[in-house]
Design a protein around this ligand. Structure first.
Ligand SMILES: NC(=O)c1ccc[n+]([C@@H]2O[C@H](COP(=O)([O-])OP(=O)(O)OC[C@H]3O[C@@H](n4cnc5c(N)ncnc54)[C@H](O)[C@@H]3O)[C@@H](O)[C@H]2O)c1
Length: 364
């Protein structure tokens, strides 16, 4: 139980959008002492009412304006499709609320820049849900990498090998550039790319290619990207929605060890493995062991950190730093696919390159 949250003065939470992902938000809030779900709203009032009945009976509203007016939340969770996030965040900030927004936070970097500026001007927090960064195993691994305990990181692999069919794309906002903002590299692989970049730090150069080999959507079902980090690490990322055995994999080879993660949508100690290189002193390798006390990754862990910061009056916690990094990498992959050459991070300062994603998709 978070010590910083005081039940006597509960933080008032509200959820906009009561579809698929909203349940994870409501459950995380219910698990936090000192946070109360006071209102929900959805374009489908019926869906919102059913959701409220399952999650403690918060007030039910038809839209964001009514939610802000009627429930007076301190924090609004945006669990709506990405096209609405920027405008909804601006309205919530104007009403004095902090915002927790689901990934992807916006349809383009330029839109996300505006959301971050809106938060700054309003003096409110903007937290983006990249829950793969959360949990005790990532904290441990990041500390080992940051402290140099594994030696210099050299090479990495980042794989999102998932399967998505017609049922997944039946939701009205998925599968088009206009409504979803990008394909599976943007909408799905961004989780693994975000974790990779959370662990390896700032990137300097990226390229990408996108293919459509089996589906009939506007965007890719296979992509490949090479990302070079400022540290010199070269990472290759492969994404597909055509995998029969689904998995999410990350591998980082350092001077002293191979660090591996295999999971699907979430991880804990058992999903990670650190293999020492030949000749590494076993006594040194023993110091890399994962702590026995363990917290799995996920919405519970991430939102717990966010609410502890809110209750303490702190800014968003360090686990949420650099929320645009994976978004930038995917954008660079798209620009590189269009221009046929790798893009340097400094080139992304050009506002013309921060607009909506439109990679040329090679149809096979
Ligand atoms: N972090 C994760 O692991 C994860 C997992 C799934 C989805 N997501 C993200 O969460 C967001 C929502 O995805 P989902 O799968 O829950 O979608 P969904 O389609 O299941 O639910 C979206 C809900 O928002 C409602 N809605 C749409 N526009 C609205 C508006 N203007 N006002 C009020 N309600 C509105 C819809 O009626 C629907 O009930 C997306 O950005 C998605 O990428 C994140």
């Amino acid at each position: 139980m978070p010590e910083d949250l005081t039940p006597a003065h509960p933080v008032r939470a509200a959820i906009l959008g009561t579809g698929g992902v909203a349940r994870l938000h409501a459950e995380a809030v219910a698990g936090l002492d000192g946070v109360e779900l006071v209102g929900v709203a959805d374009a489908s009032l019926e869906r919102a009412a059913e959701f409220a009945a399952r999650h403690g009976g918060p007030s039910v509203h038809p839209d964001l304006a009514a939610l802000l007016e009627g429930a007076r939340p301190d924090v609004v969770h945006l669990c709506t499709p990405p096209a609405g996030h920027a405008g909804q965040a601006a309205a919530a900030f104007a009403a004095g609320a902090d915002v927790i927004v689901e990934k992807p936070p916006a349809l383009s970097l330029v839109e996300f820049d505006r959301m971050q500026a809106d938060a700054r001007v309003a003096g409110r927090r903007l937290a983006v849900v990249f829950q793969q960064r959360s949990g005790s195993a990532v904290r441990h691994v990041k500390r080992l990498l940051d402290d140099g305990a594994l030696g210099r990181p050299l090479v990495a692999l980042c794989e999102t090998l998932w399967r998505r069919g017609a049922d997944y794309y039946a939701v009205p906002w998925r599968g088009t550039w206009a409504a979803e903002g990008g394909g599976p590299t943007f909408g799905l692989a961004v989780h693994q790319l975000d974790l990779l970049a959370h662990l390896l730090g700032e990137w300097s150069e990226a390229d990408g290619r996108f293919w459509r080999i089996a589906n009939d959507l506007e965007m890719e079902d296979v992509s490949r990207g090479t990302i070079v980090f400022e540290s010199g690490v070269v990472a290759n990322a492969v994404t597909t929605t055509l995998a029969a055995r689904e998995t999410s994999r990350l591998r980082i080879d350092t001077e002293l060890a191979t660090l591996e993660l295999e999971h699907l949508y979430g991880h804990a100690n058992a999903n990670w493995r650190i293999t020492p290189a030949a000749g590494v002193d076993p006594a040194l390798a023993a110091t890399w062991a994962f702590p026995a006390e363990e917290e799995a990754s996920g919405h519970d862990a991430l939102l717990g950190e966010v609410y502890r910061a809110i209750a303490a009056g702190d800014p968003v916690p360090p686990v949420l730093a650099d929320p645009a990094r994976a978004f930038e990498i995917v954008t660079a992959m798209h620009v590189a696919a269009a221009t046929g050459r790798p893009l340097r991070r400094s080139e992304l300062a050009d506002p013309a390159l921060r607009g909506p994603l439109h990679a040329p998709v090679e149809v096979r």
